[in-house]
Design a protein around this ligand. Structure first.
Ligand code: F6P
Length: 514
């Protein structure tokens, strides 16, 4: 059989398998929990060795032995082991752009030369952060971090998650070109003690460059004599940052082979290190490295990212689910769903395989989510009784992040676990409006504590889960050509001389842009 025939046969087999209910699966297999719920320990050096772990419980998904065997055969047909090795050894697996995808090298795993380069860049990154903390640029109380997409979502998530008890510097992340976003940050900062970080892999993104100019004007208008002297650039195009006016000593480069939505580990993490200190940032990298090690060395369904991808494929391709939701029962992870939206939807929202053929089924589901318990009182109605089946991920921490009455955390966790149980069990009722079908899937990630290492591990787990899904689908998760057309049309509008459809022309005319 050709590879295509083997892959088709694997999918056909998967599609032909019976789909027992969750209750049936638990009843039929006493070992189910042990098989599909495992704890990963992250050993992190924090002055002394401190063990923290994460439980990954996928037992309330519909994976059973038959589907696991079927997906394992599919993974073999898609050469999962070979593609994983290619990723982790710095091969050019981003075939459409002729590049490697070397985010793991930032965490110490990859091609030797790339790991060495990442180490040198981190040393430089660390020196600048520590010098600024020590006063090399005068008093720095505030940092306005300007970037968008992958240059903003990761820093915003990590800073929000890790600085609830205070930060070494007050960071404001500004992404949107809508001036309201920049004005809000300006209003919260004192120009005399504010540093500006301009984060852009390409250093050409119009939103970021326009916001950066406005930030410089704001500094000048408030008497800062050398506004460019207050700028740090984080980029894979250092020559463009120099051209734009940033001094080389304040440019933190990162390699072209680190994708934008995978760049938090590189100098794009500068505002995180500024806010939490280098030691905590290093722990964040270590947590991700622990997941890399697990991902690189564990095979089959025991590989947590591959296991999650098996379940993801079950729901998208076998059960027709068009969305997947993530609910963090932790206020500190409020920005995780938006981070995951870019990671998963920009990576796997594709219609062709990496060889350019049309895909023969759905690719990435729509990622959405929110925080518990807020979401319970807003959108969970649909999860329990709606006509869409939505696989749900819950994330919670055993240690609480607050100092209030422990009742808060107890109620939070009880609700998290209750939702998973309710989705699975359902409830009969004579009155159909009050009945719950049950048999609705969820997975739970239960962390000991939301430390920097645990956050790094959670994010790296999702990166590898996204990659594993791409391998099973045969697509390239590392390009994003779908974002280009809109940018080109916006440029054409700016230049003038192009005629668009009647609707667009009318909107442009009404807004005075024609
Ligand atoms: O337009 C999409 C995108 O290219 C993302 O992939 C990227 O994270 C974002 O824009 C920002 O790009 P840059 O870091 O080059 O400014």
């Amino acid at each position: 059989m050709s590879i295509n025939e083997t892959v088709k046969a694997a999918w056909d087999h998967l599609k032909s398998l019976p789909k027992p209910t969750l209750a049936e699966l638990f009843a039929a297999d006493a070992g189910r929990l042990a098989k599909l719920s495992s704890r990963l320990e992250l050993a992190v050096v924090d002055g002394e060795e401190e063990a923290v772990g994460i439980r990954f419980d996928w037992s309330k998904t519909h994976l059973d032995d038959a589907h696991i065997a079927g997906f394992t055969a599919l993974a073999a047909a898609m050469d999962f082991a070979g593609r994983r090795a290619a990723l982790l050894s710095g091969d050019k697996i981003n075939v459409t752009e002729g590049r490697a995808a070397e985010h793991t090298a930032q965490r110490g795993m990859g091609r030797d030369s790339s790991v060495e380069e990442a180490g040198a860049l981190h040393a430089r990154h660390r020196s600048l952060v520590e010098a600024i903390h020590a006063g090399a640029l005068g008093e720095v109380k505030h940092l306005i971090h300007i970037g968008i997409g992958g240059s903003a979502l990761g820093p915003a998530l990590a800073i929000d998650a890790l600085t609830r008890d205070g930060a070494m510097v007050d960071v404001h992340v500004v992404a949107n070109i809508d001036g309201c976003a920049m004005e809000q940050a300006m209003a919260a900062c004192d120009p005399a003690t504010t540093l500006i970080a301009v984060a852009s892999k390409t250093f050409t993104t119009i939103e970021t460059i326009t916001n950066a100019h406005s930030a410089l004007n704001w500094l000048s208008a408030h008497g800062v004599e050398d506004p460019y002297g207050r700028v740090v650039a984080l980029t894979a195009a250092p020559e463009k940052a120099v051209e734009w006016g940033v001094d080389e000593t304040r440019i933190l480069p990162f390699p072209e082979s680190v994708g934008g939505r995978y760049s938090l580990w590189s100098s794009i993490g500068f505002p995180v290190a500024m806010a939490v200190g280098w030691e905590a940032f290093a722990q964040f990298l270590d947590g991700a490295a622990a997941i890399d090690h697990h991902f690189a060395t564990t095979d089959g369904v025991d590989n947590l990212a591959l296991r999650a991808a098996f379940a993801d494929q079950y729901y998208t391709r076998l059960a027709g689910c068009q969305t997947r939701a993530c609910f963090a029962y932790d206020e500190r992870l409020a920005l995780l769903p938006s981070y995951l939206q870019q990671l998963e939807m920009e990576s796997n929202g594709k219609s062709v395989t990496f060889t350019g053929e049309p895909v023969d089924g759905p690719t990435a589901p729509i990622t959405w989510g929110g925080v518990g318990t807020d979401a319970q009182h807003a959108v969970f109605q649909l999860l329990h009784q709606g006509t869409n089946i939505v696989p749900v991920d819950f994330i919670a921490s055993i240690a609480s992040g607050d100092d209030l009455d422990p009742a808060h955390h107890r109620i939070l966790l009880m609700n998290c676990f209750a939702q998973g149980a309710a989705l699975m069990a359902g409830r009969d009722a004579a009155d159909k409006a009050r009945a719950y079908s049950g048999n609705r899937p969820s997975a739970t990630m239960l962390v000991d504590d939301l430390t920097p290492a645990v956050l790094g591990a959670l994010i790296a787990f999702h990166e590898h889960r996204t990659f594993a899904n791409a391998v099973l689908l045969g697509i390239n998760p590392f390009d994003q050509f779908g974002v280009e057309l809109g940018k080109q049309i916006a440029n054409a509008i700016d230049k003038g001389g192009t005629t668009f459809d009647a609707s667009t022309e009318a909107l442009l005319a009404e807004a005075g842009l024609a």
